[in-house]
Design a binder for this molecule. Structure first.
Ligand SMILES: [Zn+2]
Length: 68
């Protein structure tokens, strides 16, 4: 089962003004800089596993698999 499927996790969009920290995007293993709008994905029932993704990486994740 894919943890990051559309039907296995909830997503929300973090607005640029809400992004106040640097996050590591699992799609490309690069930083998401503060002030960058991006996707937060939360597997159902596993809030502590939530990850922050670049929007483009989230959209492209079916084509380029996460490294970890
Ligand atoms: Zn990314």
């Amino acid at each position: 089962m894919d943890l990051w499927d559309d039907d296995t996790c909830d997503t929300r969009f973090l607005q640029p003004y809400q992004a106040t920290k640097t996050y590591l995007c699992p799609g490309c293993n690069r930083d998401i800089m503060p002030g960058t709008g991006h996707i937060v994905a939360v597997p159902h029932g596993a809030e502590d596993l939530r990850r922050h993704w670049h929007r483009g990486c989230w959209d492209a994740r079916k084509r380029r698999r996460p490294l970890s």
